[in-house]
Design a protein around this ligand. Structure first.
Ligand code: 13P
Length: 283
């Protein structure tokens, strides 16, 4: 069942759990996420990065997300992840997405604020929730990674965060607290004190990007501090690869069965993350 993201996150914030948000890349990843969330009666966010929307086309990306969302009884938000422009956000909303993230985090704060506000004005008039990022999370979502020293991050300033939330009217804030997209050689060191300060400075739900490769203990800690949306992308790719690899290692070549093997592998990872987020049974 397709829903906007804001209500899901606000309920998680009130009740002290996080709604897991998973990136999808194709039919098997989208199906695996929605089916496992339904079987655990968890709300879930199905998200697709701007880079993948560019790759597959807005209508195809929307169809994959919407079909997976509408095939299950449990609430699913379909989110544009790391949208780079107002035009892309508008196109995704027109295609049926229920939520958009606008990522102006690498722009100067005035430009990020103006862009984010423009997206909020457009989206809220249509019942669509908006997430934005402040500071810059390390790595680049769905880029092909080079060395770890390619990873550039800027930490959020909590005072700026309060102004940013007030000036833009966003529904959810993704603070950069040392988190990094992708799998890194060592677990990124999150600045938990900074997360606490951001939690005190703003009242909107907080989002943690770069959830792949974080220890269970770290994830439990950030949720206890007050993170209400927890993003996992790269571990979906790994599960998808593992499912396909196992199937193709048998020497068979039926794409539908290969996809089913990938769905099964994706579901296992989704199950572990939903249990960690504490969202099972909250649908
Ligand atoms: P990971 O790929 O590190 O899980 O990050 C996903 C993410 O934050 C999507 O925006």
């Amino acid at each position: 069942m397709l829903v906007p993201m804001g209500d899901l996150l606000r309920r998680g914030q009130r009740e002290g759990y996080a709604v897991p948000a998973f990136n999808f890349y194709n039919h098997p990843t989208a199906q695996g996420i929605a089916l496992e969330a339904e079987s655990l009666e968890s709300p879930v966010i199905l998200m697709v990065s701007g880079r993948y929307v560019d790759y597959m086309g807005v209508r195809h990306a929307a169809a994959l997300g919407l079909q997976a969302a509408e095939a299950v009884r449990t609430p699913v938000a379909v989110l544009l992840d790391h949208g780079a422009s107002l035009e892309l956000a508008e196109a995704c909303v027109a295609a049926g997405f229920s939520s958009v993230m606008i990522d102006g985090s690498r722009k100067p704060i005035e430009e990020n604020t103006a862009l984010t506000r423009a997206v909020v004005e457009f989206a809220h008039a249509r019942g669509i929730s908006v997430e934005a990022e402040l500071g810059a999370v390390g790595g680049i979502e769905d880029a092909v990674f080079g060395e770890d020293d390619d990873i550039k991050l800027t930490l959020i300033d909590p005072d700026q965060a309060a102004d940013f939330v007030r000036d833009t009217g966003i529904d959810a804030l993704a603070p950069a607290i040392g988190n990094v997209h992708g799998l890194t050689k060592l677990e990124p060191k999150l600045d938990l004190r900074l997360l606490e300060r951001v939690r005190q400075a703003v009242d909107v739900p907080l989002v943690l990007h770069g959830g792949s490769g974080l220890s269970d203990e770290t994830v439990r800690t950030i949720i206890a501090i007050g993170v209400s949306k927890f993003n996992v992308g790269t571990e979906m790719k790994v599960a998808y690869r593992d499912g396909l690899r196992e199937y193709f290692a048998t020497g068979k070549y039926e794409p539908r069965l290969a996809s089913e093997a990938a769905v099964a592998a994706v579901r296992k990872t989704v199950r572990r993350k939903i249990e960690l987020a504490g969202s099972a049974g909250k649908a």
